[in-house]
Design a protein around this ligand. Structure first.
Ligand SMILES: Nc1ncnc2c1ncn2[C@@H]1O[C@H](COP(=O)(O)OP(=O)(O)O)[C@@H](O)[C@H]1O
Ligand SMILES: O=P(O)(O)OC[C@H]1O[C@](O)(COP(=O)(O)O)[C@@H](O)[C@@H]1O
Ligand SMILES: [Mg+2]
Length: 480
């Protein structure tokens, strides 16, 4: 990707260390664009709202915990409707695409973009791109109207389909240009938003009056800056059902062990939150926290102790946990990737179940019953819950307001409880991970009673590594 920062974001500084990481605007590269009064002025639902339009100077701080003499720090532009817009309703030709893995709430976001465009801004031309990025150049489009999307928020998945791979920049931008699309709404994770950033840059290079806006999606909650990603709460809630089942199975057998594998390729947020919510979990394994099996202080010793003390136990394991152990053992540091270039993982749930079974098979005095539950796809294929539905609505509406106001090259995201516009590069440059020296992981350790598997030396190293990340960057949602 061309990392030309000046076209990705506009940095403004102010007094007392104030920094605004602003998003690009159509007027940055197209001069003298006409503007129009926002049609929401005469919308009966919204015209009564006091101060409905967002003040042009409103910004939201990234860090809310501050010291008396500390700098004001990084801010993002506050989302919301502006007094003037850069498109007339007839002029707009919008397209929506969903890419990457599924996530609860995708259909709600699609629904609310369509409805906001129709009902708030009088737009009537909205297309769905079929099956992710490759749909721009290899498939017919899907017409989206309020009627078509009316009850889609009650369904899991995405009605316009999704895919991995297939990001062909020239073909995608040609398709946007040839079809006369001038608003592109891109819903997807880190990979998708990297793709959105290059599409935006190419559109800008060609001088087109077309805006590109993203809505971050990831069930793993691994996108930085934003408070949390939509669908995450639903996934954690759905994971409870699997954990409950594992607990019931474990409790009902002598030395019963229930193992549940949850999603989380590089970030263990689902496993951590599902564990904290359940309180039935005795051991939670995540990619960020290394562990070992054999010997004093190892996982097998802990399992044995827990069974002796309690008669049963529940283990939650994130899919990315312990991958280095599997690779070392199978001598298979596999380089296999999916179509988007994401590393394909080995099944840690099966592996750990097998290790535990073999360990106890060697000890005839302690027969165990182990049940392995793999609900990974079940937790992301469900419709979003009530609170995610509201969250998706706000994300979608904020995105539409920003696009109508001429902003481009941004994602709509929640920062410290406020809707904001964030430049693409800020959310694609790094990943949000569980910080195992933060308070949230300590809460988990204290709730499960599991060992941290780290010696004092390793804790020190971990602290030093984490101290090197920019202060405050990773402070959400771990360090509450
Ligand atoms: N670095 C990149 N540059 C351009 N496109 C990318 C990049 N990484 C991924 N993509 C595209 O984004 C889409 C989704 O990516 P993927 O990693 O599968 O999911 P997610 O967006 O959820 O992380 C795919 O169509 C893929 O080709
Ligand atoms: O089998 P698929 O569709 O590739 O999805 C599996 C992966 O999708 C994820 O849910 C994340 O997907 P995204 O990066 O698309 O959000 C991971 O947790 C999981 O490894
Ligand atoms: Mg991803």
């Amino acid at each position: 990707m061309d990392n030309n920062i000046s076209v990705q974001m506009k940095v403004e500084t102010g007094d007392a260390g104030y920094v605004l990481e602003d998003v690009p605007h159509l007027s940055d590269y197209i001069p003298n664009l006409p503007t129009y009064p926002n049609p929401l002025r005469s919308n009966p639902a919204y015209s009564v709202v006091k101060q409905y339009f967002v003040d042009a100077d409103d910004t939201v701080p990234q860090k809310v915990v501050v010291h008396k003499d500390g700098p004001r720090g990084i801010h993002f532009r506050r989302a919301g409707p502006r007094q003037r817009v850069y498109f007339t309703p007839d002029e707009v030709h919008a397209a929506i695409v969903t890419c990457g893995g599924l996530c609860p709430g995708l259909n709600t976001v699609i629904r609310e973009i369509v409805c906001a465009l129709y009902h708030m801004y009088g737009v009537t031309k909205v297309l769905g791109i079929d099956g992710g990025y490759r749909g721009f150049y290899s498939k017919n489009t899907i017409t989206l109207t309020p009627k078509v999307v009316d009850d889609i928020h009650k369904r899991g998945g995405t009605i316009i389909g999704t895919s991995r791979g297939g990001h062909d920049k020239p073909k995608i931008v040609d398709s946007i240009q040839d079809r006369g699309i001038n608003q592109v709404y891109i819903i997807g994770g880190d990979g998708t938003q990297k793709g959105a950033a290059v599409i935006y840059q190419e559109i800008r290079k060609r001088g087109l009056k077309a805006v590109v806006a993203g809505i971050p999606k990831t069930i793993d909650n691994d996108i930085p800056v934003i408070d949390k990603s939509f669908g995450f709460d639903t996934a954690v809630e759905e994971a409870q059902r699997a954990i409950n089942a594992a607990h019931v199975e474990a409790e009902s057998a002598e030395n019963g062990i229930g193992v549940v594998k949850l999603m989380g390729r590089y970030s263990g947020f689902i496993a951590m939150y599902a564990t904290l919510a359940s309180r039935d979990v005795d051991l939670c394994l995540i990619p960020e926290s290394p562990f070992f099996l054999e010997g004093e202080g190892g996982l097998l010793e802990y399992v044995e102790k827990r069974l002796k003390d309690n008669g049963h136990m529940v283990i939650v394991v994130a899919e990315g946990a312990g991958q280095e152990l599997l690779a070392a053992e199978t001598l298979n540091s596999s380089t296999a990737q999916d179509a988007s270039g994401n590393k394909l993982l080995q099944d840690v749930g099966l592996w750990i179940s097998d290790k535990i079974k073999k360990h106890f098979a060697r000890q005839t005095s302690m027969p165990i019953t182990l049940k392995y539950i793999d609900p990974t796809y079940m937790i992301r294929a469900v419709p979003s819950n009530a609170s995610d539905n509201v969250y998706c609505t706000l994300l979608a509406q904020s995105c539409v307001h920003g696009v109508m106001a001429g902003y481009t090259g941004f994602v709509s995201g929640l920062v410290n409880g406020r809707q904001t516009y964030i430049p693409f590069n800020r959310i694609t440059e790094k990943q949000n991970n569980v910080v195992i020296t933060d308070r949230m992981w300590a809460r988990l350790l204290s709730s499960t009673n599991q060992p941290s598997f780290l010696g004092p030396k390793e804790v020190e190293v971990q602290k030093q590594v984490e101290a090197q990340t920019i202060e405050g960057e990773n402070s959400k949602p771990n360090d509450i």
